[in-house]
Design a protein around this ligand. Sequence first.
Ligand code: AMP
Ligand code: MG
Length: 338
Amino acid sequence: METLILTNDENGINKAGEIIRNGGLVAFPTETVYGLGANSLSSDAASKIYAAKGRPSDNPLIVHVCCKEDIYKIAADIPKAAETVIDMFMPAPLTVILKKKDIIPDTVTAGLESVAVRFPADETAQKLIRAAGVPVAAPSANLSGKPSPTKSKHVIADMNGRIDAIIDGGDCEVGVESTIIDFTGDVPVILRPGGVTKEDLEKQGIEVHIDKSILNSLSKSEKPKCPGMKYKHYAPDADVTVVEGEKTAVRKKIKELIGNTDKITGVLTMNGADYDNAVILSAGGTNKEYAKNLFSALREFDELGVEIVFAEFCSDDGYGLAVKNRLYKAAGGKVIHV
Ligand code: AMP
Ligand code: MG
């Protein structure tokens, strides 16, 4: 199929809304990463998302709304803690897991009784959802397993010819996917770290636990909270190893590792460093910048033909947990602590 590239002005957004309303697929920018949207009230439309991405059918989608009131149309029995978080934080790079209403088809939730709901802050995303006139189911707009797209060129590379349209809205601000909080148990649990951090929540007096799978590869006996968590994620073609610890020690270790390989090597570095015999990409100086640059850098290493990537990781603060979670998954658990 021919994929339309639309501008993020009124004409482009209205056209995109019409495509979604009529059961088609549109990739659109959000503040986190680009999403691949379809009408969440239609099982047929939602099933096209799984086909276009090559996504396993047991990995549920996030439903995007354009106002807080619409959350109550698709979710039931919303607990007080979730209401507080919705009121205090949304719109934000934040997804809440709630009990679903029947209006949301099983295709969207992969058969779960719960639904993931997000009210994005990005203006284009909000306008598109409003133009569509329905809540929009949207996972990240990458081929399944690849790093999430943070620039329109990433979406074009993965999705051109597979979907109806792409809204070109420039680069995504946050760069990693939304924080997911599960409100279906006794205590709220962060299932995926993102732009809204545990510290942000605690500052507002909201107590949350962190799911232990965030930094571990799940052992075979452990059942993930959500089926999608078991899949390989964010992986470039290059082989990634995270080298974690105090900056000087990290850099010494990476130099040693570069010296031990004949492969084309890349280093993802915080604040630049002088590595010889390696392709160097900068992740920026802070974890916030790291989050914004991470997926784009992983894709760029592939474009440059890099075979092995060593990623520096130095501190856990701010967006640190979100960055570390994506890095660990991209590395398939290959982490060296120095
Ligand atoms: P993506 O938007 O591509 O980042 O994928 C959406 C992710 O949201 C899935 O991989 C799940 O981990 C999570 N998710 C969606 N729906 C649910 C749900 N009902 N319960 C728990 N996690 C969910
Ligand atoms: Mg995804």
